[in-house]
Design a protein around this ligand. Structure first.
Ligand code: ZN
Ligand code: ZN
Length: 107
């Protein structure tokens, strides 16, 4: 498996996989999540570890991106173009630099 150059390491320790067959506390995965998945246009969303992202891919989903520091935070919004979540007015200098280095004509 090839790991993409993510650039910086984010603290995602609070963001756990929400996979929960039967929707019970005992069945919930709780592995640190690596994917943020949007299930519907209503922005129903969940977090998934690598193992459960593979399971999730069997189902229809709207969008997904790698879990970042703003994912699942109160007030965060899903950015489909940049494949991340962001909180208005709180963009860090690091993410501003990352945006500038992105090719403008990326499809
Ligand atoms: Zn999981
Ligand atoms: Zn997210």
């Amino acid at each position: 498996m090839i790991t993409p150059p993510l650039g910086r390491i984010l603290d995602t320790s609070r963001q756990r996989c929400t996979f929960s067959p039967g929707d019970t506390d005992e069945a919930t995965c709780k592995t640190p999540a690596s994917w943020h998945v949007a299930w519907s246009a209503d922005m129903e969303n969940g977090l998934a570890c690598d193992e459960h992202m593979a399971v999730a891919q069997q189902y229809a989903y709207l969008d997904r991106h790698q879990v970042g520091g703003d994912c699942s935070m109160p007030g965060s919004s899903w950015d489909f173009d940049r494949k991340r979540c962001f909180i208005d007015g709180c963009s860090s200098p690091e993410s501003a630099v990352a945006e500038q280095s992105m090719p403008l004509e990326a499809s």
